[in-house]
Design a protein around this ligand. Sequence first.
Ligand code: SF4
Ligand code: NI
Ligand code: NI
Length: 706
Amino acid sequence: SALFKAAYEGAVIATSYAQILLEKAIKDHGADTPVKYPDTAYRLPVITALSGEEVNVLGDLPPILNRIRTSHLREELTFDNAKMAGEATHYAADIIEALRYLHGARPESPPWTGFLPDPILRKFGVPLVDNTIPGVAVIIGKARSSKEAAKLIKSLQSKGMMIFLVNEIIEQLLEENVKLGIDYIAFPLGNFTQAIHAVNFAYRAGLAFGGIKPGQRQQQLDYQARRVLAFVLALGELDEVRVAAELGAIGMGFPVITDQVVEEIPDWFVSEPDYDKMVKLALELRGIKIKIVDIPVPITVGPAFEGETIRRADTYLEFGGGKTTAFELVRMVGPDDIEDGKITVIGPEITDVKEGDRLPLGIMVNIYGRKMQEDFEGVLERRIHYFVNYGEGLWHVAQRDLAWVRIGKNAAAAGLKIRDIGEILIAKFKSDYPAIVDRVQVTIYTDQAKVDENIKIAREKYAARDARLKGLTDESVDTFYSCILCQSFAPNHVCIVTPERVGLCGAVSWLDAKASNEITPTGPNQPIAKGTCLDEVKGMWQNVNEYLYNNSHHTLEEVNLYTLLDRPMTSCGCFEAIMAILPEANGIMITTREFGGDTPCGMSFSTLAGSVGGGLQSPGFMGIGRRYIVSNKFIPADGGLGRIVWMPKELKEYLRADFIEQAKKQGLGEDFLDKIADESIGTAIDEVLPFLEEKGHPALTMDPLM
Ligand code: SF4
Ligand code: NI
Ligand code: NI
C-alpha cells in the first residue's frame, strides 16, 4: 500500500528531524540539561511506556533515538513494518516536543494546551470508566470548511466524546466560536508534532491506571487496544509524517478515518469523505457503543458543557445564588400521584422577563418507580446538578436550597425556555436510571409565593435525609458495597465503599453504590455482607477479603479499611487526594489533584500519584476522596484526624465547617485546623516542623507512627 511507503518515509523524516533538533539542543544547552514535561510522573511517556528508559537529561536521548532508528525502520513494505515506523515517529515526536519544555518553558498560550499534565488525565478517570465519556476522538488536519468542522465537533460533543485537536481545525473551530479547552473536554493540542500529546496521554492511562510497568511494551499495547477507545479522524491533505504518526496510532489499536481518497487498509485506515457518516463509521470501527438520547431542546446537551462557566455579563436570566430563593428536590411518589412526562412551569417563563433579570426558582422532580427507594432521592437529586450543567448555555452550582442557575444569552438566543430544564431532567433520569425510574414529572416554580410555599416541603425532606445519613454508620449496616467501575482502566483495583468511607474518586457513596446495585444487579457495585470481623481496629472483615481476592484477580488477599499503614485500600488513579506519611513529623500529609505545588514529603501530587496507582497496596500512601477526611472512620487505627500535619489551604477551606466539627468530636479542639500547616507555612519539612512545634500539634506527641 502507498500508505506503507509513506509511513516509512515519514518515520525517516521525523527521526532525522528529531536528531537535528536534539543535536542542536545539546549544543545550545549542554548534554546534562534536564529534560521533562511539566507535572507528570512519567518523564517522556512514549519512551517510559514502550521501552522504559529513565530519561533525565538531554544526553540520555541520542542513544534511544539511534536504537529506535535501527530497530524500527525497516524498508520492506508491510503492515507490521508500517506500524513500527509509526511507533518510531511517536518516539521522535515525543523527543521533539519535550525539547520545547527545557528550563521549565511553557511554550503554549491558551487556548492551545500542548502537553496535558497528569492531573487532567486523572480528573477524567471516572467519566471515562462510567461511560459518561464513551470514547476519544483525535482530529488532525483541516476540515473542508469551518462550518463543517464545527458541525463535526458538535456531533462528537453531543455523544460525550473526549476530543483532541491538532493543526488547522483548531483555528477553524475558534473562528466558529466553538468552545475549546480542558473545561470542554476538547483539547486543542497545537500543530504538527503536538499530536503526540494525545498519544502520551493514552500511554499514561496505562501507566497510571493500568499498573503497567515502564517498558512493558506488549502489555501496554494490549491495554491501549482493549481499553482506550480512541480513533483518529484525519482531515485534509496527508503528508508522510502524518501518515507515519497515524500508522503509529493504528499500532495502538486506534483506527484512522480520512476524508481523503487513499488505498485503504481494511478496518484500519479507511476513507469516508462524507462528514455526516464519518463519526458513525469511526464509532463502529472502534466498537464504541453510544446510547443516543434525543432531548427536544434547542441546545446541545453533553458532558462537554459541564465545565462551561457563564459569567454574569453573559447571563440572560439568573436564579438563586443568594440573590433570589431557589431550591431543588427529588421526591419519590406513588403510582397514582404522578403524570409521567408532564412538565409545568408555574410563574413567569423566560419570554416574560427581560435580559439580566432574576427569578426565584423551585425545581420539583417527582419520581415513581417500582424499585425506587426513599434512600435514592438524594442520589438522584444530586444528578440535577450534572444534568442541568450538561446543557450548553446552562450553568448550575451547589444543590438543595443553595442552588444557583444561570441561563446564558447564547441559550436564550437559541430559544431555550425554562420548561426545557424539565425536558432535560426527564430525558436524563429515564435514560440513566431506567431500573429505578419508571415515571417522572417535573414542576418548576418561578413564582415567589409558590417557591416560598414549596421550599418548606423541601427543607423538611433535607432535614429528614440528613438525620438518616447521620445514623448511617459502618456499624449500623450489615452490608458494604464494592466498586470495581475503575477496573476498565485499573484491572485489579477494588474500592470498598462503606457508609463512612466514600470511594476514592469522591463520586461514589454507600448510598450511590446501593442505588447503582439496584439499577444493575450484576454491575460494578456488589453488596458484601460484612460477616465475621477479623480486626475491629484496623477494619478487616473476612468477606471483604474474600471479595477482594476474587475481584483483584488474586493479586490481593487482605485489606484494612481503617489504616494507612497496614494492607491499606488500593488506589486506581482517579483519587481526589492522596495522603502520605511524614515520618519526621510523626504524622501524615494530604495533597489534592488541584494543588500543583510541592509538598513536605518532597513530591508534588503528580509524582506521588505516579507511585500509588494501578490497583496496588502501598502502605504509607493512599488515594482518597476529599470527604473521607471528615469521616469518623478516617484512619482511626493510626490516630485519626490528629495525624494530619499538612494540607493545601484550599482543602482546608473546602472542609472547614465539617473539619472543625469532627476535630471537636475527636477531642482535638476547635482550633485544630489552624495547627495544620499549609503551603503558606512551607512546602519543605524543615519549614513545617517549627510551625508544628510552635502550635503544639498533637501528632508530635502521639505514639510513633512507624
Ligand atoms: Fe473508581 Fe472507586 Fe470511584 Fe468506583 S468508587 S468509580 S472504583 S474510584
Ligand atoms: Ni539552556
Ligand atoms: Ni478510578
